[in-house]
Design a protein around this ligand. Structure first.
Ligand code: SF4
Ligand code: SF4
Length: 58
């Protein structure tokens, strides 16, 4: 499994970045959210923090 970001929903608020205990989420200069699958433990914390449900488990 992996965490997937909907670029259509995401507006770059960075709450997911702050929520991640593994520092696995980055926002690029063009406001694209990137998940580092090597670091991600699939704790799902970021899913709860995203205000627009842009993150899903796939
Ligand atoms: S599932 Fe957990 S470890 Fe993975 S990106 Fe989200 S907050 Fe970080
Ligand atoms: S919390 Fe949601 S809307 Fe905010 S940057 Fe992360 S994925 Fe995008």
């Amino acid at each position: 499994m992996a965490i997937v970001v909907s670029e259509r929903e995401c507006f770059g608020c960075a709450l997911c970045v702050l929520s991640c205990p593994e520092d696995a989420i980055k926002i690029t200069s063009s406001f694209i959210v990137e998940i580092d699958e090597e670091k991600c433990t699939e704790c799902l914390e970021c899913l709860y923090y995203c205000p627009v449900d842009a993150l899903t488990e796939a």
